[in-house]
Write a protein that binds this ligand. Sequence first.
Ligand SMILES: N[C@@H](CCC(=O)N[C@@H](CS)C(=O)NCC(=O)O)C(=O)O
Length: 201
Amino acid sequence: MLKLYDHPLSGNCYKVRLALSQLGVEYEKEYLDIFKGDQHARDYQSLNPNRKIPVLIDEGFHMWESNAILLYLGRKYSPNRLYPEDLRGFGAMAQWLFFGKTSVDPNLAVARYFTKFLGPADRDEKRLNELRTQGNGVLKVMDDHLERNDFLAGSYSIADIACYPYVNLAPEGGIELSPYPSVILWCDRIRSQPGYISMED
Ligand SMILES: N[C@@H](CCC(=O)N[C@@H](CS)C(=O)NCC(=O)O)C(=O)O
């Protein structure tokens, strides 16, 4: 059975849990307390030398980087559903997966981290304001695209699963979604997909 090294508050782990649920794949969770530093244990470093979660283990094969894990799961379990195999569908999916990792997560996830997990004394308010400004720019790009498209890469795919967690959690970072109605409708569409689970499930 697959094993996922996981933490309930991690958006990067949640995107993997969401994909596994929507693909109908059974797995076991291994809780890693990243707030206590479990990711720095020597045993864990042999799984992920970058010392972060998630890590997925599939019968002796282990891998890290959440979007890479989504690609692996999508290709393994769901050809032509969450993982478009036609070249243009694949290109569009890859585009939004990279956008997720280079634009969504570095701004929306980090603004959430600063706001939710760092005390005011540890927080760089200037940096947080920059993240919020850039995060709004990211949401505007998505909103413009989603005004004309139901999903990021044509049909529902792991690109949506990759971007959804930190977009949906943006208000926890002080970035409101109300100026982005098409993003809100996209979040609703994701929540109505078969096998959807919330972050708390
Ligand atoms: N690019 C990585 C980022 C993973 C990441 O930042 N994970 C966080 C939790 S969401 C973590 O493990 N933080 C602990 C740490 O940085 O020490 C991915 O997408 O998997």
